[in-house]
Ligand binder design. Structure first.
Ligand code: AKG
Ligand code: FE2
Length: 374
């Protein structure tokens, strides 16, 4: 395994061994802290998600894309107020290029608790459309089994992140609902078609994730995922057997007041066969205000590491919350999604739709360039 590095112009992503968190926790926490503060990307090796679960999901996940187009269209995201379901490959834009990928999005099997008169963001929770058992036997079961394992890992990992920053293990949990019922983790199965004249350009352009943390499983052997190191160079993140790639999202950046920076990354369109990956995005509770994170008190040692990094980067501006950080996270996330999916806004969120689009729906189904990925 590659030894963790704390250089800002690193050209390899460190592998952190989960087992160390049980056998030598101080070393684990030190390695984790260095990777997160100075790099923002890491591989997590020897993690607790069983090998059989990973092998099964790698085999099964891509099969959703082999369904006939009319079945895929019948589970299109536009049919779902929770923003789950299938998205065609030209479905959205990110900064620096067009997305060239198909997606199948899902969350946990949750019952939607929204009722008339309640906050609209409660509609974010709920079960999305799935291929039926006749169309794709066992698919939902396999995907939800994987989801549950990664969700459990994400709760444990967040506590280790908290500890590695000198906070109490459960100190970041305040941004999650205590019974874990109010979270909005989302999973995406991704297919990047091989680059041809019909599908030229980037797989996904440079962006940072909107998530708290992202847990990425690279299903195929392509070496086309890249991360921008803090010195501005693009570094490959090739698949490594038995690991997850973990990266820090914008929400965690805010919660830590940029002690942990969200790191830009991109996927280059593969040549040859399609590339598949599965991304799990953990997120904060809907009824949380990110600016409440101002009360977290990081130890001096951590603040000094942040300051040393920022000095090297020549980026010593003080972190400041923006007005949205004082709003409920559910409202902010929902607004972002509605801006990206005018069709869902019009169908399921009519009051918000008229506020966002007072002159009627935009010409294209999806609007605007964004450098956020949810
Ligand atoms: O497919 C990948 O490897 C990365 C996907 C990604 O960055 C995203 O969906 O935000
Ligand atoms: Fe991403």
């Amino acid at each position: 395994m590659v030894a963790p590095t704390s250089s800002l112009d690193y050209n390899e992503i460190p592998v952190i061994d989960w087992q160390l968190s049980e056998t030598d926790k101080p070393t684990f926490l030190r390695q984790l802290r260095d990777a997160m503060i100075n790099i923002g990307f890491l591989y997590l090796g020897n993690h607790p998600v069983p090998k059989e679960v990973i092998e099964e999901v790698k085999r099964v996940a891509p099969t959703v894309f082999d369904l006939p187009q009319e079945i895929k269209d019948s589970i299109d995201m536009s049919t779902c107020m929770h923003f789950h379901g299938y998205l065609k490959w030209d479905g959205s834009n990110v900064k620096d290029g067009k997305d060239t990928r198909e997606q199948f999005n899902f969350g946990g099997d949750r019952v939607c608790k929204w009722k008339e008169g309640e906050p609209e963001y409660l509609k974010l929770h709920g079960t999305g459309p799935w291929p039926t058992e006749e169309q794709l036997p066992g698919y939902k079961e396999v995907m939800l089994r994987y989801y549950k394992h990664v969700e459990d890992l994400s709760f444990k990992f967040t506590q280790l992140v908290s500890e590695s920053l000198g906070l109490k293990p459960d100190e970041l949990d305040q941004f999650f609902d205590p019974d874990h019922d109010n979270l909005q983790p989302r999973c995406k199965v991704l297919r990047y078609p091989g680059s041809t004249t019909e599908t030229p350009g980037s797989g996904i352009g440079a962006h940072v994730d909107g998530s708290f943390l992202t847990y990425l499983l690279q299903v195929t052997d392509h070496r086309t995922l890249e991360v921008k190191n803090l010195s501005g160079e693009w570094i490959p993140v090739p698949p490594k057997e038995g690991t997850f790639v973990i990266n820090l999202g914008k929400t965690l950046e805010k919660v830590t007041q940029r002690v942990l920076p969200a790191t830009p990354h991109r996927v280059i369109s593969p040549t040859g066969p399609p590339r598949y990956s599965i991304a799990f995005f953990s997120s904060v509770g809907t009824d949380v205000r990110l600016a409440d994170a101002a009360k977290l008190k990081f130890p001096q040692e951590i603040l000094e590491m942040k300051a040393a990094r920022d000095k090297k980067l020549g980026n010593e501006t003080e972190f400041q919350f923006v007005p949205k950080d004082y709003e409920l996270a559910g409202d902010v996330v929902l607004a972002r999604k509605l801006h990206s999916h005018a069709d869902i806004a019009e169908k399921f969120y009519p009051a918000l739709f008229s506020k966002i689009y007072p002159n009627g729906p935009p010409e294209k189904k999806k609007t605007g360039k964004k450098n956020y990925q949810e």
